[in-house]
Design a protein. Structure first.
Length: 231
């Protein structure tokens, strides 16, 4: 009964959102957008989209295998697609797709939650690193081809890149030093009782990945850059 109720609730919400989008954007604009998917243009877009998903699932599979869980392709693709869909349909839910993926691993494959969560967060950190690297390359290419952007745009783009670079740099520095980020944040905000044991275990699992054999780490990063190239 709960599944039936959830299905119809989701259906009505989806119909309501579709009607709202049509009214807000306009049918002519939507029709023009769909014309892109005609012929070989549409075939290429659909093919590349599926390729992005498959390469991303492959990357996650290798991360899980390095943690001792060698799942079949179909066991990886199903939760990956679900998390990917949730991330794009509900972008306001921070880490919603990642948490959902970890939940599926625990419920369907009896993988401990700390292992599942660490795998998806490792996946997200590596993905962010590859996209940030590509963003820097794209920015350099833009500057060489077009020149300096307007001041306000330059400040926004430069500030954003520097902020995420600092965050990732801080993470990798701490991971290679095996120093807890959670404890550092705890001291920074002077909060008692935080972090708890489970959070520290997840962080420990994430740090242990960076100390694996170079072959595994570089393999995962290579697949991440392949996904960026396809994107």
């Amino acid at each position: 009964m709960k599944r039936v109720l959830l299905f119809f609730t989701s259906l009505f919400i989806g119909i309501g959102l579709l009607i709202w989008i049509i009214n807000f954007v306009g049918w002519q604009e939507i029709q023009s957008a769909f014309l892109i998917f005609t012929g070989w243009h549409g075939a290429v877009i659909v093919l590349l989209t599926f390729l992005i998903l498959l390469v991303g699932a492959w990357k996650w599979k290798i991360i899980l295998k390095s943690q001792g869980y060698d799942l079949a392709n179909r066991e990886i693709i199903a939760p990956y697609l679900s998390g990917f869909s949730l991330m794009y349909l509900l972008p306001m839910v921070i880490f919603g797709g990642e948490i959902f993926r970890a939940y599926v691993l625990r419920e369907k494959h009896a993988i401990p939650l700390k292992k599942a969560l660490s795998s998806v967060f490792i996946d997200r950190v590596i993905e962010a690193t590859s996209f940030l690297t590509a963003s820097f390359a794209a920015t350099v290419f833009f500057l060489l081809k077009i020149g300096l952007p307007p001041k306000n745009i330059g400040i926004i783009v430069g500030g954003t890149l520097l902020f995420f670079s600092a965050c990732l740099g801080f993470f990798f520095f701490k991971s290679f030093k095996k120093q807890s980020i959670a404890k550092s944040l705890n001291r920074l905000f002077n909060r008692e009782g935080f972090p708890n044991g489970e959070l520290l275990e997840i962080e420990k699992e994430m740090f242990s990945f960076s100390h694996l054999k170079n072959k595994v780490v570089w393999q995962v990063f290579s697949i991440a850059f392949l996904r960026v190239a396809v994107t």
